[in-house]
Design a protein around this ligand. Structure first.
Ligand code: ZN
Length: 343
């Protein structure tokens, strides 16, 4: 059974409208009607995924049965032939290993104070370059294409580094390193968009989105950066996302509804302080990137560690930036997830 057969069982005849993600089908919404506002992808996740463009609800097969048939989580699992004790209500049910040593949060490692000082100065310098129309225009254009308005770019202190620079590592408080040929290894400040992560007034992580695509990873964290989570705004509800730019976008669009926690990468767990914040939260919404491969482990971890968490990838695209570009109203989406009934 998948979302398509669940729709057919209700008398709908979903029509295939696109080949995206294994096939996209359109039908009326079991909740709010219409003709083709309800979209489902039966090949995604364990038993399909769905999203209503009108009421903004979305979810997996379990969520379908909870929302439209009024079933409990356990009954929904059983209706799908799954063991509720083993099913994790995430992109789809999956086994969580039991009896493993419980995970413990760890304190964030602080960069050396000299590093914070130098990183802060570099970020401030780069922020000034961003204001120069000739130099920063390309960067502002890229950020605008990701939905970020100039005000939030300015408030977050994003910057532009026009060309590659190198510094002696000890000048930033980092230990000396040698290349295999014995020469000194320097600290590289790549040309590109500079994203400073600030906690308690100090720059503790700097990521650069290099301007020459393909040369290096899409985002480069300067050596010495803390891997702690970045928090934007405040609770009691929190949205958890992977990337800094997606975090800023959600903060811009829905900052009045929820705070944002940026992990930096799907596989980075929250540091002890952030973990405590999330444990006390009224609501945690986990919106990690929806990538086909390799990310399921992270989804499971969140569902397992935060039992009340709503694990909801954005309804379209792989991350909030793509959803925004596809025309999704992120504020309405966040409001809809937060308004879902149930614990
Ligand atoms: Zn609907």
């Amino acid at each position: 059974m998948n979302v398509l057969s669940l729709l057919e069982a209700r008398g709908f005849a979903p029509v295939r409208v696109s080949g995206s993600r294994g096939g996209e089908f359109a039908s009326p919404c079991p909740g709010c009607g219409g003709d083709d506002r309800f979209r489902s992808w039966p090949e995604e996740r364990e038993a399909g995924r769905w999203w209503c463009r009108r009421c903004g609800k979305s979810g997996d097969a379990i969520q379908f049965l909870r929302d439209f048939e009024g079933l409990s989580f356990g009954d929904a699992c059983r209706a799908l032939g799954w063991d509720p004790g083993a099913a994790v209500h995430v992109p789809g049910p999956a086994m969580v290993p039991r009896g493993k040593r419980p995970w413990q949060p760890v304190e964030a490692t602080e960069p050396p104070s000299l590093w914070c000082e130098k990183a802060g100065a570099f970020a401030a310098w780069a922020a000034e370059r961003m204001e120069d129309p000739a130099a920063g225009g390309e960067a502002l254009g890229f950020l605008a294409s990701r939905g970020l308005r100039p005000e939030i770019v300015r408030a977050a202190g994003l910057g532009w580094n026009p060309k590659d620079q190198w510094r002696p590592r000890p000048a930033w408080g980092l230990p000396e390193e040698r290349k295999p040929d014995g020469r000194e290894k320097k600290l590289w400040l790549p040309a590109g968009i500079v994203l400073p992560v600030v906690r308690d007034g100090a720059v503790r992580r700097v990521k650069v989105r290099p301007s020459e695509a393909g040369k290096v990873p899409k985002y480069f964290a300067l050596p010495g950066s803390s891997m702690e989570s970045w928090t934007l705004g405040q609770g009691p509800a929190w949205l958890v996302v992977e990337s800094e730019l997606d975090g800023l976008l959600l903060h811009q669009e829905a900052g009045d509804l929820a705070g944002v926690v940026v992990l930096g990468s799907a596989n980075i767990r929250p540091d002890a302080w952030t973990y405590g914040l999330l444990k006390q939260a009224a609501r945690v919404v986990v919106a990690l990137d929806f990538d086909a491969a390799g990310e399921k482990e992270s989804w499971r971890w969140w569902a397992h560690e935060f039992t009340g968490a709503r694990v909801r990838p954005v309804p379209v695209g792989k991350d909030p930036g793509e959803a925004f570009q596809a025309g999704v109203n992120l504020r309405a989406w966040v409001a809809g997830v937060l308004a879902e009934p149930g614990g």
